[in-house]
Design a protein around this ligand. Structure first.
Ligand code: AMP
Ligand code: ZN
Length: 470
């Protein structure tokens, strides 16, 4: 299986620390308001990748954090006049709801920064002891990038280049720093901010240290894959590497995967630009699975432009999948035949070809775009071959393939509707029977028309109402 590694700047073969196991850390959101669909991109693309690894039989230990102490959270808390934990707990809950709606699997561990302060103090102490960090007069602890000869290796930044862009530290109010790229590990508390005691001052951690600590605690000193959006390459991930490797002396992560941006009119969707839609905005208009399919319609490293047109295309694609599984579900109920016919065996051979194409796409750097195309081909074969004469053996086979690839790997649920549909149809038929009894023929006709729109044909027989799919 090949993945593009940001550090090596090329596609490489995935070779995990322990055979058959993958440890993976995906940087999660800062929780101060509802997540937007750009934030949902890393969640969805790396969830699909994780699901594929599991489909291949890997045991995946998947960790994704919540940043629950941060300037923006504190600002939001002060504006509402509440404790910052009220804000972070509220938006962790909302984020988990969005993730569940988008069928993102629960992480093995979902740590929160505020619950890992001891580990951060311990790592910062080690960095100070080893000479990789220094304490300023006011108790701020900085990482000293000059002490780390590897600093810049992920983002391929050259220290000399970085120094040439040197800003006057006096102008930026950072004259305590030795180097403009030195970054905060611990900072003193300000009035009205959450704080913890530490050997340096009462205060709170910098942002980068939390991921180094949580990754080490839940996955070990060397993990297989560290992932996030490409805006995290510098400085966040560069700084995580510096902290972790200077602490342990070992490689922090074997591979680095970064997703491209979700754009709108060619600009990165972001809270600061205000050009965003929350997941809630979109799921008020579309099934969450349409959003998921839209995000997976591009290879994860490519920029993806959000537009109504492409969302509508994803909606049409999703409906094609649903209609197909509805049809298979209905046909399977009455089908017979344990052995496939020759035509069916030919169709099965074609399907196998597309399963191979699906796997090749996923193994070529998580190419969900090509993998989805392979699923559409299987759906096309299912639609063109399945009818009243199809054997149960073939229907079960092809339905199983669609469920495995679509629901299982891509995580785009294709059967929810089918199961809900029967009870919905039965309920409408009951209502129509009642309307007829009450001589409300207008309502009865209305229901018949509504069912017809859903592709259901009613037949009034002596034994009662029967229905079939058009
Ligand atoms: P944040 O809450 O801003 O730290 O972002 C959480 C995650 O979402 C990070 O992995 C970011 O890189 C990612 N992210 C933020 N905006 C976008 C975007 N427009 N497109 C893709 N990923 C994004
Ligand atoms: Zn992180």
């Amino acid at each position: 299986m090949k993945i593009f590694d940001t550090m090596q700047r090329r596609k490489v073969e995935l070779e995990t620390v322990e055979p058959g196991k993958v440890s993976m850390y995906v940087c999660g959101p800062t929780v101060y308001n509802l997540i937007h669909i750009g934030n949902a991109r890393p969640m969805i693309v790396f969830d699909a990748f994780r699901r594929y690894l599991e489909y291949k039989g890997y045991d995946v230990n998947y960790v994704s954090n919540f940043t629950d102490v941060d300037d923006k959270i504190i600002k939001a808390a002060n504006e509402e006049g509440v404790d910052s934990s009220v804000i972070s707990e509220r938006y962790i809950k909302e984020c988990k709801k969005d993730m569940a709606d988008l069928n993102v699997k629960e992480a093995t561990t979902h740590p929160k920064a505020t619950e890992e302060i001891d580990g951060m103090i311990s790592m910062i102490s080690t960095l100070v002891d080893k000479g990789f960090a220094y304490v300023a007069d006011d108790g701020t602890v900085y990482f000293n990038v000059e002490a780390d000869k590897d600093y810049g290796k992920l983002s391929h930044k050259n220290m000399d280049e970085m120094m040439s862009g040197l800003r006057d530290l006096k102008v930026t109010g950072e004259e305590q720093k030795r180097n403009v790229n030195d970054f905060v590990l611990w900072k003193p508390k300000k009035e009205g901010e959450p704080s913890w005691p530490s050997p340096w001052c009462d205060g709170r951690p910098g942002w980068h240290i939390e991921c180094s600590v949580m990754s080490k605690k839940y996955l070990g000193e060397t993990i297989d894959i560290h992932a996030g959006g490409e805006d995290l390459i510098f400085p966040h991930h560069e700084n995580e590497i510096a902290q972790s490797e200077c602490t342990s002396g070992k490689t922090f992560s074997k591979y680095w995967m970064h997703n491209g941006f979700l754009n709108i009119n060619g600009l990165k969707m972001s809270k600061s630009l205000g050009n965003f839609f929350t997941v809630r905005d979109i799921t008020a208009q579309y099934d969450p699975m349409v959003l998921r399919l839209f995000i997976l319609s591009a290879q994860y490293r490519q920029p993806l432009n959000f537009s109504k047109e492409i969302m509508d295309q994803s909606k049409a694609s999703y409906e094609r999948i649903l209609n197909c599984t509805d049809k298979l579900y209905a046909l399977e109920k009455t089908a017979a035949g344990e052995e496939m016919t020759e035509d069916e065996l030919n169709a099965k051979a074609q399907v196998e070809g597309f399963i191979k194409a699906f796997e090749e796409a996923m193994e070529d750097d998580n190419n969900t775009a090509n993998a989805s195309t392979a699923v559409y081909e299987i759906v096309r074969i299912a639609n063109s071959t399945a009818n009243e004469n199809t054997t149960k053996a073939f229907l079960t086979y092809i339905h199983g393939v669609i469920k495995t690839l679509c629901d299982g790997v891509l995580g785009v649920i294709s059967d929810r509707k089918a199961e809900a549909l029967d009870s919905e149809i039965e309920a409408l038929i009951e209502e129509r029977t009642a309307a007829k009894k009450a001589k409300n023929y207008a309502r009865a006709d209305e229901i018949r028309a509504q069912l017809l729109q859903m592709g259901i044909i009613l037949e009034d027989t002596r034994e009662g109402v029967k229905w079939k799919r058009a």
